[in-house]
Write a protein that binds this ligand. Structure first.
Ligand SMILES: Cc1cc2nc3c(=O)[nH]c(=O)nc-3n(C[C@H](O)[C@H](O)[C@H](O)COP(=O)(O)O)c2cc1C
Length: 169
């Protein structure tokens, strides 16, 4: 049975929900999937493959996830690794997927981690989950409110990425 570590960074719980869905989907395919926040600094070395994802602030992954990728870059370069980003742009303007894919370009260039795939998922704009300054920023940007997560799309990506990661039952 293949083992996969799903690491995530979140501010509101949006991305942890997506990470859990990825893990559930892989478990249903017969793999052992562990989900951990980047803040826990999980050790990826014992796993067959890694999936890492983050929510976004101003075009950037959360610092804790970037730090985890950088700290574990040697391992991630040596094992099949996939990335995913959860953000509002994919919920409101999915045609801007190239812009969202580029959110991870600097991190992959700096670390040399070459992902087998990058999942791009719609996130949330639920004001009560944000700090007051964040709420004001979103209001000024006139960002549409709602939970835009599409868990069927997340599951479809997890199904498709499993063979790319070399995962087997
Ligand atoms: C201050 C702020 C800045 C944001 N910047 C972006 C952005 O640059 N691009 C984007 O698509 N979404 C942006 N978002 C939306 C978040 O990525 C979205 O809410 C996502 O669901 C966050 O996931 P998380 O709570 O799991 O970190 C921003 C949200 C806030 C509050």
């Amino acid at each position: 049975m293949s083992t996969v570590l799903v690491v995530y960074g979140t501010r509101t719980g949006c991305t942890s929900g997506i990470a859990e869905k990825i893990s559930e989907t892989l478990a249903a395919l017969g793999m052992r999937a562990d989900v951990r926040p980047a803040e826990d600094k999980p050790d990826p070395s014992a796993y067959d493959a890694i999936i890492v994802g983050s929510g976004v602030r101003a075009g950037n992954w959360h610092g804790s996830v970037k730090e985890w990728v950088t700290a574990n870059a040697d391992t991630l370069r040596a094992k099949p690794t996939a990335l995913f980003t959860a953000c509002l742009t994919m919920g409101t303007s999915p045609e801007k997927s190239d812009e969202v894919r580029a959110y991870t370009d600097a991190l992959t260039a700096e670390t040399g981690v070459v992902p087998v795939d990058v999942g791009l998922f719609a996130g949330m704009n639920v004001p009560k989950t944000f700090s007051l300054p964040e709420r004001l920023i979103m209001k000024l940007m006139k960002a549409p409110e709602g939970d835009f997560r599409d868990f069927a799309a997340v599951a479809a990506w997890a199904d498709a990425v499993a063979p790319k990661l070399g995962l087997t039952q």
